[in-house]
Design a protein around this ligand. Structure first.
Ligand code: GRF
Length: 189
């Protein structure tokens, strides 16, 4: 599997994928990391892992479509066949979806279909649910809505803050995202 990873933030999910590959739990290679935020720590993690990274700053493009076209071109240059959104905080367009039909995986910090969109962990806390979690799913145009690959449940504790709950969810994200990549790839021939 030739993976392209897209990240906007800390990149802990990027790292979890790289670690699963290093541990030979996932037979894949990371061709490139694309990040959109100059200060994304994901880029530093890529350096440490010896993975090439490319900064594509959405602020430099006149439209989401123009931005996505550049992303697709870059992914093709790096010979990517599966695309992983590991904390990619931009809405995507058909230009990206159609270039990698059924080959884009996202990780989201809730048990979908509950708490779509941004601030999913905050939404869960505010709603008073006692169990939340994370979902690895195939990406379609509608945000946080594609077919579910794997989910993990996480209890909400009485004294949880946004930070403590998100940290507990991320432990599960790091476990299920590499598994979901293997699962999705095994289904497609
Ligand atoms: C994760 O919680 C993921 O579910 C969400 O964004 C966060 C990214 O975390 N989509 P990281 O950058 O991988 O640490």
């Amino acid at each position: 599997l030739k993976l392209g990873i897209m990240a906007s933030g800390s990149g802990s999910n990027f790292d979890a994928i790289a670690q699963a590959i290093a541990d030979e739990q996932l037979k894949a290679q990371i061709q490139v990391l694309i990040y959109n935020n100059p200060s994304a720590k994901a880029a530093i993690r890529a350096d440490h892992r010896g993975v090439e990274s490319v900064l594509l700053n959405h602020r430099d493009y006149i439209s989401r479509e123009a931005f996505d076209s550049e992303i697709v071109q870059t992914l093709k240059q790096y010979d990517v066949d599966w695309l992983i959104m590991a904390g990619w905080m931009r809405l995507v367009t058909p230009i990206l979806i159609d270039a990698f039909t059924d080959r884009i995986i996202n990780i989201h910090p809730s048990l979908l279909p509950s708490f779509k969109g941004i601030n999913a962990v905050q939404q869960a806390l505010a709603s008073g649910v006692k169990i939340t979690g994370c979902t690895a799913h195939l990406v379609c145009l509608e945000v946080d809505s594609g077919p579910i690959l794997i989910q993990a449940a996480v209890p909400v504790l009485v004294d949880d803050t946004l930070e403590t709950l998100h940290a507990r969810i991320q432990i599960q994200e790091h476990r299920i995202l590499p598994q979901a990549i293997a699962l999705a790839a095994a289904r497609v021939h």
